[in-house]
Design a protein around this ligand. Sequence first.
Ligand code: FE2
Ligand code: FE2
Length: 183
Amino acid sequence: MSKFANKLFDAYIESYNRDSERFLQFRRAVADVYDTPEIQGLIRFPQHGKINRFDHITSVSYLAWIAALKLGVDPVATGRAAVMHDLVYYDWHENDWSHRPHGYRHPGFAVKNAKALTTISKREENAIYRHMWPLTPISPRYAEGWILTLSDKYCAHMEMKYKHSEEYRKKFAALTGIEGMNV
Ligand SMILES: [Fe+2]
Ligand SMILES: [Fe+2]
């Protein structure tokens, strides 16, 4: 792996080791949304494979916050948008046409739920609304949104790898101490 890929993977793993100094710094930066029952409660919904939605948004927002810091983009806005990017209160695997097709419709639901939870800026709103690009054809307008959409894709990829690779599950367990995530 390249140096960049290694750092990315280390940060991804760190998103499951939630007592590191850097993680606590992230958590303080986005606490107004991250520490709410709406976000914490996302643990009850599966996201990709065996990973639940709370763990997914934690990884995505942690990576997005780090990337924003490194790139000189507003880390709090990027982190907050990422925390709320999948803020929907249903299991998207259910065959329920009130929320299907999920891939296209959930960004709009997430914006609505984010606005019910807190005040969001137009940059945060655009980041949440456009995060499914290129499935939804209009790309993010601002740097915060580009960071979010790329971070989301990286994490989704790792989460699918967890589902499909026994070898990777062993490596993940060795690095995080977490075994057999079974949601
Ligand atoms: Fe999403
Ligand atoms: Fe996501």
